[in-house]
Write a protein that binds this ligand. Structure first.
Ligand code: FDA
Length: 392
């Protein structure tokens, strides 16, 4: 049987980083993936330009049943460490917004860099290889692969979450965790568009394609970023962000004119230019199609001078504090990440090793650590992969 010091399951962001670091330390490393190519999610990420980190990443940007778990890894491997690698490879990048770093050219530059680093570290990459099962074997593990069984001292599970099954996501990591007695924090799609029930959808369908700067809130959590009306419901960065916090049955409140007191603005306009149509005035605060729709839905016709304070307050309420209950989300089909995963209680936060199973490691998205939108999830993949790479 082939022998390796380390076998990594999953050649995504976390797995490749771990393999590189372990290889650099002289470990004999095999990394396997059932996909045709390594780093497929990196390839499609950030609209093909990979938002590879966020320079402002702190533990506060991550969700987990134990919010402290990610602190050690994020401290040991920082965004600047990954940026240094990217610079060393001469990959040009830019900050798009809010600390989000994107490749200038293509996410393939990042994959190329990782493949080259794996090559330099002597890592063996085996693609289109199915994992049929794993077993404990004395101090180590035997991994049954479609190419035959392999033995290893350390087994690293980096198979990612459940999002986008079409791209090869499976529940293998969770199954291995359960097999070895680790708990799973319930998983759910996150960073995902939210959907409306049929009646609301029909009413709002004319707005499909309209986008607006918005503050979107669920309970005490708020995000200010773009929001987009779609033919299924709502999307855009602010909605994806809030989807990680929202739960079925909960309300979402949206301010579609952040920083503008719409009631006061409408009243002032009524006093100054009472002969203008309400939708025209409102169309200077929010996109015209949205303004038109709000005025129509409220059943208001005529000039702003004809509108009472009560009517203007109602319209302002829709703009500054539109409150609704989504019916659900678009699910794993379009979710960027999976919330929940391998319970961090069972893992060592410095090495990612399972406390009860020496030699077994879980890294990246399969772990119950989920970042906000904006490069945070890759930073977690790099950091957790790097930490395991020092320990295997
Ligand atoms: P990842 O999913 O990358 O890798 C897991 C690997 O395991 C895959 O290669 C898969 O084929 C393999 N695998 C799974 N099951 C297997 C099995 N049974 N046998 C063998 N192999 C198996 N994040 C970010 O920070 N910035 C961004 O710009 C984006 N953009 C983005 C866009 C889209 C469309 C999505 C879906 C996601 C993002 N993300 C993102 C999230 C980011 O892609 C994600 O968090 C990381 O890729 C997670 O890295 P992992 O290595 O943990 O899993």
């Amino acid at each position: 049987m082939e022998q390796f010091d380390v076998v990594v399951l999953g050649a995504g962001a976390a797995g490749m980083m771990c393999a590189i670091e372990a290889g650099k330390r002289g470990r004999k490393v095999l990394i396997v993936d059932h996909a045709k190519a390594a780093g497929e999610k990196i390839r499609i990420s950030g609209g093909g330009r990979c938002n590879f980190t966020n320079i402002g990443a702190t533990p506060a940007n991550f969700l987990s049943a134990n919010p402290k778990f990610c602190v050690s890894a994020l401290r040991r491997y920082r965004p600047a460490d990954f940026v240094n690698l990217v610079r060393k490879y001469g990959i040009d990048f830019h900050e798009k917004t809010l600390g989000q770093l994107f490749c200038d050219s293509s996410s393939k530059d990042i994959i190329g860099m990782l493949l080259d680093l794996m090559d330099q570290a002597g890592v063996v990459l085996r693609l289109e290889t199915a994992v049929q099962g794993v077993e404990k074997d004395g101090e180590g593990f035997v991994v049954r692969l479609s190419s035959g069984p392999v033995a290893c001292a350390s087994l690293v599970v980096a198979t990612g979450g459940k999002s986008i099954p079409k791209m090869g996501a499976t529940g293998l990591g969770y199954e291995i965790a359960r097999q070895f007695g680790l708990a799973i924090v319930e998983t759910r799609p996150a960073l995902v568009p939210l959907t409306f029930e049929a009646r609301t959808l029909e009413r709002l369908s004319p707005l499909s394609g309209v986008s607006v700067d918005a503050v979107v809130a669920s309970g005490k959590t708020k995000f200010r970023e773009g929001m987009l009306f779609t033919h299924r419901g709502l999307s855009g960065p602010s909605i994806l962000q809030i989807s990680s916090y929202w739960r079925e049955g909960g309300e979402i409140t949206v301010d579609m004119a952040p920083g503008v007191d719409v009631f006061a603005t409408l009243k002032a306009e009524r006093a100054a230019n009472g002969r203008r149509a309400l939708h025209t005035v409102l169309g200077e605060i929010v996109p015209k199609r949205l303004a038109q729709k709000i005025v129509e839905d409220e059943g208001i016709a005529g000039n702003i001078a004809d509108c009472s304070d009560k009517v203007l307050a109602r319209v302002a309420g829709v703009v500054n504090a539109w409150t609704f209950k989504p019916v659900g989300s678009e699910g794993y089909r379009t979710a960027e990440v999976t919330l929940g995963g391998v319970d961090t209680d069972g893992l060592d936060s410095r090495s990612m090793e399972a406390k009860a199973v020496p030699g077994l490691y879980f890294i990246g998205e399969v772990v119950d650590v989920t970042g906000w939108l904006g490069g945070y999830n890759f930073q977690w993949a790099w950091a957790s992969g790097w930490c395991a790479g020092q320990a295997v």
